[in-house]
Design a protein around this ligand. Sequence first.
Ligand SMILES: [Zn+2]
Length: 272
Amino acid sequence: MKDTKVYILDGGTLVIDGFHVYWNRGPAGEVRFPVYSVLIDHADGLYLFDTGYDYDHVMAVLPFEKPQQTKEQTIQGAIEKAGYRTQDINYVINSHYHFDHCGGNKHLKEACTVCHAAEFGQCKCPQPFEILGYSDMSFHPDMLREKAKREGKDLPPDPEMDVWTPKVELLTGQQEIAKGLHLIETPGHTAGHYSLLVELSGRKPMLFTADAAYTRKGFDEEIISSFHLDPVAAVQSIRKLKDIALKHEAEIFVSHDLEQFGTYKTAPAHYS
Ligand SMILES: [Zn+2]
């Protein structure tokens, strides 16, 4: 069986306040943070864990997050930089449906998309404080249209979107979706959040927390972000990831930490 390869795809950066990164702890002030996706070349196919944000969406809906994204940092540009083609990706796994984790899904129409069943339900009827997080519904045109209808908006016809309904596979519980690829339930940040553990032949396992931990300091000190559905569950999820990291001697990859990101190997380099 061929060895699994892992590519970290740089998706550009955004800005939020320090009190959002470290809920009720801070310090306040602008924090620029990275957004990235993970491409896994596995014997069973090409998997993409998260798809980053869509620049136009952020500029239209959340311009205060000051997106910086080059063409190479769009999902298509980043996949190409890793040496692959967007249309060859077989599976898109969304850790959750916040706009900075699913903005590129619409460019991966051939892929089967995988997410937690609870997440799929929640993003359709979010709590008032989750509305901006779930503002980009382009990953599912039918849901996008329903949302526009609820909001009394008229969506102009879009030939790109109107012909497409994604193949969605909903999961619950811990799942080994392919040999050595484990989805770990880490709710709290959102209703149905998944982190990802990847076992590799030549190095220690990689544990991608996704938004269960934005930063290394948040992970170590169990400080969650202010964007969450259930803060107690979010802290429990960090503890669960700590246990798993210990048990598997895994290396932690947090989601939104510029300093940590600088130490990651990004595509075209890979881990194997
Ligand atoms: Zn999130």
